[in-house]
Structures are given as C-alpha cells and as structure tokens.
Design a protein around this ligand. Structure first.
Ligand SMILES: [Zn+2]
Length: 269
C-alpha cells in the first residue's frame, strides 16, 4: 500500500514513533561502507598494504600497529563524522519528528542523528558510535569521546589514546571484535520505550535497514505483529514481504529513502 495520506494520518495520530535506521541511512548521509570505487584512491596506503577495497573490509583487518589504526580511524571519522553535514532528508526527518515522542535505533555508527540535533537520550546506537572509544583490554572501562584524538591525528600530532583504568590502548566503539560493549543505558531506555508504548498508537518507521543489521528488522516486525495499534512503515521492504497479519496496518514502500521521507512529510493536498 503506497497510500501516503494514510501513512501521514498514522503519523499524525501516533503516540510514539520508532525509527530504525540502518546501512541505507548511513549511505544517504554519505557513509557507504561497501562502496569500492573511491576507497582505494582516498585511502591508498591502507588499501595497498592490506589489500582492502572498502571501509568495511579495512575495519575488519587487524593493522600492524595501534598508530596505524588510529591514523586510519581518524581519517575516516574526520571525513564522515567531523565534516558531516545533515542531508536534506535528514533535516526533513528532524522536522517530522519535532515535538513527537520518538526513539531512534540505528546501526549507523557515524554520530549522524546526534549531529543533526536529535536528542541524545532518544537514540540507541546499536553498533556503537565511532566518535567514541572504548578500552581494548576486553574489560568494560566505559566509553569516551575520541574527537580530540582524531583532531590531533589529522594535525599530524597523533598519540595512541590509553585507558584511564588499565593503560591499554583505546579503540573505536564499534563491534570490531568479540568484546564490544553496547551502550547499556541507551539499550535500557529503548527497551523501556518499547514497553511503555505497547498499548499505544505507534508507528515504526524503517529507514535503510538491510541484512547487515538484522536485529533492527525481524524483531521490530514481530513487535508490530504483537501489538494491534502499531503500524509498520518500511522504506526497504515491499508490501508482499510483510506478514499477512499486519498487511492492513503496514506499508511496504520499496523506495529510496529521500523520497520516502519527502512523501510522508508533506502536509499539503
Ligand atoms: Zn581499560
């Protein structure tokens, strides 16, 4: 069902809106982990030395030294997050959610929603946030902003950051190894948000979620199946990919994100 008036009505009447934003959303905001045309040129040294063609491949590689890692991470974080400017669609989404009771669960780790001005306590960065760093020891010694580290590396004065508790090197806060600690506070806030709104009118808005973040897809569809006043609006799925029992209260749009956000935002007509 591509009835945008109906979707606008669901949104207008919703007590709460849950946005799930995945890899496609990150791409819209300029960060394409799997794009292999520009990477070997922009990140030539890393690409040649480690035989990698994409950001995703490079993040998976274990570099020879912490200094190399931070050099590389800093270049990425600077390009995609420090210099990030929200897209038009991102601004429209912000407008759409303005004044609404919302929560954002995202696998996009580039700090996009925070930079775009969404409220920090309404965001759960499921795959972490690479503008923050964690201890590499395997123990949970908290997370800290890494932006000053990034800045020093970009200015050619980089120094490997070390854990305040155990002096181990710090690493970016992403699930790159077995000891990634998700943001438990944000996770708890998200769980509470879901619980509090079970019997309310809720719209789940899926934006750019694909198999690279399955935890944002099936579990959300299951919740919509479970709670009768919830709606599912999926940018990436077609209507026939949605379960039979939620057909009438869901919309599988199968459209590009900027177009989806534009159409569900429009007030006129
Ligand atoms: Zn530590």
């Amino acid at each position: 069902m591509k009835d945008f008036k109906q979707i606008q009505k669901w949104l207008a009447e919703a007590d709460a809106v849950i946005v799930t934003a995945g890899n496609g959303f990150a791409q819209m905001e300029g960060l394409d982990m799997f794009e292999d045309a520009a990477f070997p040129i922009e990140y030539q040294a890393v690409s040649k030395k480690y035989h990698v063609k994409t950001i995703a491949d490079a993040l998976d590689k274990n570099f020879d030294s912490w200094d190399e890692k931070w050099q590389f991470w800093s270049q990425l974080i600077n390009e995609y997050s420090v210099e990030y400017e929200p897209s038009k669609a991102m601004k429209q989404l912000k407008e759409l959610l303005n004044g609404k009771n919302y929560f954002i669960a995202t696998s996009a780790f580039g700090h996009f929603f925070e930079t775009a001005g969404f409220e920090q306590e309404k965001i759960f960065d499921v795959f972490g946030d690479w503008t923050r760093m964690q201890c590499s020891s395997g123990l949970n010694h908290g997370t800290y902003s890494d932006l000053s580290v990034v800045k020093r590396y970009i200015n050619g004065q980089g120094e490997i950051p070390r854990c305040e508790d155990c002096d181990s090197p710090m690493e970016i806060h992403m699930p790159l190894n077995a000891h990634f600690f998700p943001d438990e506070d944000a996770n708890t806030r998200f769980r509470w948000f879901l619980t509090r709104n079970q019997t309310k009118k809720v719209v789940v808005l899926e934006l750019g979620v694909d198999p690279t973040s399955p935890q944002l897809l099936d579990p959300m569809v299951k919740l919509v199946e479970q709670f009768k006043d919830w709606h599912y609006v999926a940018a990436d799925l077609s209507q026939d990919e949605l379960p039979d029992n939620i057909q009438k209260r869901s919309a599988g749009l199968g459209m590009a994100l900027p177009e989806v956000i534009e159409k569900i935002s429009k007030n006129e007509g």
